[in-house]
Design a protein around this ligand. Structure first.
Ligand code: DX5
Ligand code: ZN
Length: 219
């Protein structure tokens, strides 16, 4: 069974409290918070005050995904805004080891995200320091995109590396997740499924979160 992290990127921002309370009542395990700066990705989402506002109502840990350049400048601010997990992009960090140590010093769990073109093998030497690896299954920047099929192979390989090195970091997948691919993602070793549009565009978001979780139960 995998954990579910609904992404509030697809929530109704004018009713954010209502949507977060829905997640609180649901079977979700985390609240995924997508931060986009218009530089690392071609889109701007929201920033620190919205993260803080979400945290005020959230009863589940905030899983903050920083799609920003120079994330080091904002780690402390996001930690203060309530981030439990802080994930930075491999492609945005020149001194990734230093960035990861900084996240730990702040008392958050460090995660590293990989774009679809970045091989999991590049993480070999940093894996022992990580609590989470986020595999992007779309190019970051927008919700509602099509799932990239090569993701299964990447996750299976990462799961194998995890076993070989005797590590216990979580594997998270992000982008185009639905009940169509949840079971197979879980089977290949995914611990956390992020889902934005599939949850929030559904007639019954609460039931949809339960369905996603159920799909991974049989896997
Ligand atoms: C994409 C974001 C995702 C996004 C997923 O850049 O990182 O977290 O919210 O949205 P869906 O589930 O609609 O693909
Ligand atoms: Zn994300």
């Amino acid at each position: 069974m995998s954990s579910i992290a609904p992404s509030i990127l697809a929530a109704d921002f004018a009713n954010l409290q209502r949507d977060i309370e829905m997640i609180n009542r649901s079977e979700a395990d985390y609240i995924h918070v997508d931060i986009m700066d218009g530089m690392f990705v071609p889109n701007i989402s929201f920033g620190i005050p919205v993260c803080e506002a979400a945290h005020k109502h959230a009863q589940k840990p905030l899983d903050v995904h920083l799609m920003i350049v120079e994330p080091d400048r904002y780690l402390e601010a996001f930690r203060k805004a309530g981030a439990h997990i802080i994930t930075v992009h491999y492609e945005a960090c020149t001194h990734l080891h230093r960035t990861v140590q900084h996240i730990k010093e702040l008392g958050a769990l460090p995660g590293v995200a990989l774009n679809p073109h970045t091989p999991v093998e590049l993480l070999t030497d940093i894996l022992p320091d990580l609590s989470l690896v986020l595999i992007m299954s779309v190019n970051p920047g927008f919700g509602g995109q099509k799932f990239i099929e090569n993701t299964y192979r990447k996750i299976a390989k990462l799961d194998q590396m995890r076993k070989e090195q005797g590590l216990d970091f979580m594997i998270e997948v992000d982008g185009g997740v639905s009940t169509q691919n949840a079971a197979r993602l879980s089977q290949v070793g995914t611990d956390v499924l992020v889902a934005g549009s599939f949850v929030f565009n559904a007639e019954e978001p609460l039931a949809t979160i339960a369905e996603l979780k159920q799909a991974t139960r049989v896997a």
